[in-house]
Design a protein around this ligand. Structure first.
Ligand code: GAR
Length: 217
């Protein structure tokens, strides 16, 4: 049986689209059963509808600081649709510790940096200001702290001297679209295990690929 997944979005939904596309493969172990946006005008909603996925809007704004009130409505929707796993795809709303704990081990997030470096806002700008030569993306389990939690998968890209936040974000986004479906597949297949703060993957293999930056020509 395929695991039933909800994707939570707030914006353009490109990671959501990558997950929806991957899940159309017959052997993918999860199905995208529901897309929920906390913003009625999120472009991702159109993309999800075009892909034939059920969508739902639960506006968070009217709840203001009442996070628990918003989460009660969210949890009801997840229950109604029999959701087993959640993927956050650019979902720009913080959860209460209670909600994060209730879904611990069953809720993934993607962040465009090699965590634990550069959590929070403007990770691309943070990476450029720090002068790192490699950056990337991280899929991790959600915990009460923002952009933290056991790491399932990371992908790295070189950072060029000429990069802007825009060019770096485009390069990282390509990696995001590769690793998010791969990480969800691992989770849905029961291949990942959390031990304390660390996530391990059954059958993870070759350590021979590496990335060096800068490369001199
Ligand atoms: C993605 O780059 C994702 O990594 C980031 O928001 C973007 C959403 O794009 N998430 C975070 O920064 C979480 N802290 P998308 O809507 O096109 O998937």
């Amino acid at each position: 049986m395929k695991r039933r997944v909800a994707i939570l979005i707030s914006g353009r939904g490109s990671n959501m689209s990558a997950l929806i596309k991957a899940a159309t493969a017959p052997d993918f172990p999860a199905e995208i059963s529901l897309v929920i946006s906390n913003k009625a005008d999120a472009f991702g909603l159109e993309r999800a509808k075009a892909a034939g996925v059920t969508t739902l809007v639960i506006e968070s704004k009217p709840f203001g600081k009442d996070r628990a009130g918003f989460e009660k409505v969210l949890q009801d929707a997840l229950d109604q649709h029999g959701i087993e796993l959640i993927c956050l795809g650019g979902f720009m709303r913080l959860f209460t510790a209670e909600f994060a704990r209730a879904w611990y081990g069953r809720m993934l997030n993607i962040h465009p940096s090699l965590l634990p470096s550069f959590p929070g806002l403007d990770p691309h700008g943070q990476a450029l200001r720090a002068g790192v030569k490699l950056s990337g993306a991280t899929v991790h389990f959600v915990i009460p702290e923002t952009d933290a939690g056991p790491i399932v998968m990371q992908g790295a890209v070189p950072v060029s001297d000429h990069d802007t936040a825009e060019t770096l974000s485009e390069r990282i986004l390509e990696v995001e679209h590769r690793i998010y479906p791969a990480a969800l597949s691992l989770l849905a297949n029961g291949k990942v295990k959390i031990e304390g703060d660390v996530c391990t993957t059954a059958g993870s293999g070759s350590l021979e690929n590496y990335l060096v930056s800068p490369v001199l020509s």
